[in-house]
Design a protein. Structure first.
Length: 83
């Protein structure tokens, strides 16, 4: 007996949409965390915080690129279904 698939990821389009939304949300959260670390300290920012801010921004941009890639694939699937 084949294993049942999850309901939400029933098709490739649904899975791409979920991945796009998840990557976008996670990258926005990382950007928010980076700027929160930048502007939160009263006495100034230390060297360790600079490292984490830079890391959050780099990972955030990487996730945004993944989200854009998923959005393009999602849009391509929709265009193919229209034809």
């Amino acid at each position: 007996m084949p294993e049942p698939k999850p309901f939400i990821a029933k098709s490739k389009i649904g899975l791409l949409a979920i991945r796009c939304i998840a990557c976008t949300g996670l990258s926005l959260f990382l950007f928010y965390s980076a700027f929160d670390r930048l502007y939160a300290p009263v006495g100034g920012i230390d060297e360790a915080a600079k490292f984490w801010v830079l890391l959050y921004i780099i990972v955030g941009f990487g996730l945004m690129m993944v989200a854009i890639n998923h959005a393009r694939a999602f849009w391509g699937c929709i265009k193919r279904k229209e034809k």
